[in-house]
Design a protein around this ligand. Structure first.
Ligand code: FNR
Length: 189
């Protein structure tokens, strides 16, 4: 059993990526417990805070420390990741020497109405997480083109093959986390 903290890269109330995150919580295998790590209350990061992180930033770091892996469910903004998500990653990566992502497995997924389904933004995110020393789940890649009605407000995926794809994505992520912790025991090294 592993806990996975997920970040929703969008702050929008009607976020389609939040819908996708809800769908993923419904489709996750019983061995994965998904819970959100919120990023909406974080101030903009500056290293002036490094000596004394404000409560939302401390909560962020505590939340990441408490999970076995992280999952980014994010839109692509201007062919990259949203500023709010980058800000959260910057907070979590600091103070220097206390990077919360070190050896913490991560996965990336996202949805967009556009045909390339966040692919370019995900490549940026992979570069960032590689620098943050996170073991990255590389395959399966998941670029979800959103169409109206694809995911209901309750998180139900209406397209059967998409639901099956997402279920398989999570099963493979679970297998990947298992492999990472087989090579490196939790809390060790
Ligand atoms: C977008 N959108 C977008 N879509 C895309 O496929 N590639 C892109 O580079 C961008 N760039 C972009 C920039 C900004 C500032 C906005 C607001 C939007 C469209 C985007 O995919 C769409 O608004 C989604 O609904 C965003 O996901 P959330 O926020 O609804 O989860």
């Amino acid at each position: 059993m592993f806990t996975v903290g997920y970040f929703v890269g969008s702050l929008a109330r009607a976020s389609i990526n939040r819908k996708l995150a809800l769908a993923l919580t419904r489709l996750a295998p019983p061995e994965l417990a998904l819970r959100e790590i919120p990023i909406g209350d974080l101030p903009l990061y500056s290293y002036d805070y490094d000596a004394d992180y404000p409560p939302p930033a401390r909560a962020l770091k505590d939340a990441i420390a408490a999970v076995d892996a992280v999952l980014f469910v994010t839109p692509e903004y201007n062919r990259s990741i949203p500023g709010a998500l980058k800000n959260a990653i910057d907070w979590a990566s600091r103070p220097w020497g206390k990077n919360s992502f070190t050896r913490k497995p991560s996965a990336v997924i996202g949805t967009s109405p556009g045909k390339i389904g966040t692919a370019v933004g995900q490549q940026h995110l992979r570069s960032i997480m590689a620098f943050c020393n996170s073991p990255l789940f590389n395959a399966i890649e998941a670029y979800i083109q959103f169409e109206p009605g694809l995911i209901g407000d309750d998180g139900e995926v209406t397209n059967k093959s998409t639901a099956e794809f997402l279920r398989n994505y999570l099963a493979e992520f679970h297998a990947y986390i298992t492999r990472v912790y087989t090579a490196l025991p939790r809390g060790g090294g």
